[in-house]
Design a protein around this ligand. Structure first.
Ligand SMILES: Cc1cc2nc3c(=O)[nH]c(=O)nc-3n(C[C@H](O)[C@H](O)[C@H](O)COP(=O)(O)OP(=O)(O)OC[C@H]3O[C@@H](n4cnc5c(N)ncnc54)[C@H](O)[C@@H]3O)c2cc1C
Length: 439
């Protein structure tokens, strides 16, 4: 009977949401008592580790994403922005367009809405760019190319220096990988501009903590730092930025750096939508779940990925990483069906297999199991791993072709004109939400 179906609604099409939907589809192939719906404002899945290359022109930006409809055949997909949740009525309020709203009913709800760049750490972060969504990557790339066009004709040396200074605030995985890829991109870019000397380009990586790449062992962070210093990148540690102005950054010792490109990579804050949800949250504002990813006292509510605080066997929350969200999704899909069938639930237990970071120029660094890997081998493992994490061969082939072309012909340096799209409207909704003063 159609109305006896259990309606599982998943919010968000990132690693958590997309993989949960895929596992549920597989597990319910022979069942007709369950209906799975995925709601997201994007009609694609974004492979965030490939965002760096999408921004630098190595990859065609569309190839860093995967269209959801072919990926999730058998799952109902609704492209809409989630506006609110009503736990009493078991309804998700969504907005299709400004004057078109819809309510979606559920029996089980999975919250996988991810996070936003944390702008609460450094004063003035709203003046900086960020690097989280596909729009952010395209925006940064266009911005950099535009600055080169301006710098190429700029007669004033001081103004030219500010145009050619690139600052990344935050030296965790995202900041470190971003500056490595940016450095490679700027190398290629400068070859096409006769009045820009590579020596005039200044790159700054600024970290408040005592070392870069705190996710890895100190020796590996030190390796990455030395690689960057050799390339001429200025790496500052123990330097909590005092303030960011639109084209100037203030350091604690009174130094200022004039730059037209300041990017904050200062970690993840939860999706602003979670603020209004009446469930237990941790200090960071993430939804606290049981080890099974079920929300306490809400048997019909589940959460995973960057939105969730899922305790490991020692009670410590798992980190907000794709490799965890992918594994969480498998257990969560199993657990929802177990809950529907009145079967016991499994706790999520995962020991990370390692962490890798690309440093650009065919170099990487990281740990795989207990082994430290550096240089070309680390870069190669990093690339191959994420290639195979991208669902569907159709996408993998496109990525491999882009990589081969980039190897032979260098990065694409075309500025994509997004006609009629202002900087603000290019930003993803959660970014705009997060920028509201009360968010
Ligand atoms: C540049 C970058 C590189 C990274 N590299 C790595 C890496 O190499 N390895 C690694 O393990 N992790 C990496 N991460 C972290 C990883 O991307 C996250 O941990 C992972 O994406 C979390 O998955 P998620 O499903 O919780 O959230 P997300 O992947 O962020 O997905 C959230 C989804 O919710 C949707 N959404 C949000 N708000 C709404 C709304 N109101 N209405 C409708 N839909 C909404 C979004 O559009 C998105 O589809 C990286 C992150 C970034 C930013």
């Amino acid at each position: 009977m159609a109305d006896a179906k259990k309606r599982i609604v998943i919010l968000g099409s990132g690693f958590g949401g997309t993989y949960t939907a895929r596992h549920l589809r597989r597990l319910t192939r022979h069942r007709n008592d369950v209906e799975v719906t995925l709601v997201s404002r994007d009609n694609y899945f974004l492979m965030t580790p490939l965002l760096f290359e999408a921004g630098s022109g190595v990859l065609e930006p569309r190839h860093a994403v995967n269209p959801l409809r072919p990926l999730l055949k058998g799952v109902r997909f609704v492209k809409a922005v989630v506006k609110g949740l009503d736990f009493e009525k078991k309804v998700v309020h969504t907005e299709f367009s400004e004057d078109e709203n819809h309510d979606i009913e559920y029996d089980h709800l999975v919250i996988a809405l991810g996070g936003v760049t944390n702008t609460s750490i450094v004063p003035g972060s709203d003046n900086a760019m960020r690097f989280k969504t596909l729009a952010d990557a395209i925006l940064l790339r266009n911005h950099v190319i535009e600055l080169f066009e301006r710098a190429d004709v700029e007669p004033d040396p001081k103004r030219k220096q500010a145009l050619l200074t690139f600052v990344i605030v935050g030296a965790g995985l995202v900041g470190v990988e971003l500056i490595g890829e940016l450095d490679e991109f700027l190398d290629h870019l400068s070859e096409s501009y006769p009045h820009i000397d590579r020596e005039q380009i200044r790159l700054e990586l600024i970290e408040a903590g005592p070392k870069i790449l705190p996710e890895l062992e100190p020796e590996l962070g030190e390796y990455a730092k030395n690689v960057y210093i050799k390339r001429g990148i200025n790496v500052r540690v123990g330097t909590p930025v005092k303030e960011i102005e639109p084209t100037r950054i203030h350091l604690p010792d009174g130094t200022t750096i004039d730059s037209h490109t300041i990017v904050v990579a200062t970690g993840v804050a939860p999706n602003p939508l979670l603020k209004d949800i009446a469930v237990e949250k941790d200090k960071k504002g993430r939804i606290v779940t049981e080890p099974t990813m079920r929300v306490k006292d809400r048997p019909e509510l589940w959460a995973l990925g960057d939105s969730a605080s899922i305790p490991d066997p020692q009670g410590k929350p798992y980190p907000p990483l794709a490799q965890h969200a992918i594994r969480e999704a498998r257990v969560l899909a199993h657990n929802i069906l177990a809950a529907i069938d009145n079967q016991p639930l499994k706790p999520f237990v995962y020991q990370s297999l390692g962490t890798l970071a690309s440093l650009g120029h065919f170099k990487g660094v990281g740990r795989v199991l207990k082994f430290h890997v550096k240089g070309f081998v680390a870069w190669w493992i990093w690339r191959s791993y994420y290639l195979f994490q991208m669902p569907r061969w159709n996408r993998r082939f496109r990525i491999m072709i882009d990589w081969t072309v980039a190897l032979l012909f260098k990065n694409d340096i075309v500025k994509l004109e997004l006609f009629g799209i202002s900087r603000e409207s290019e930003l993803a909704d959660d970014t705009r939400e997060a920028r509201k003063p009360d968010a």
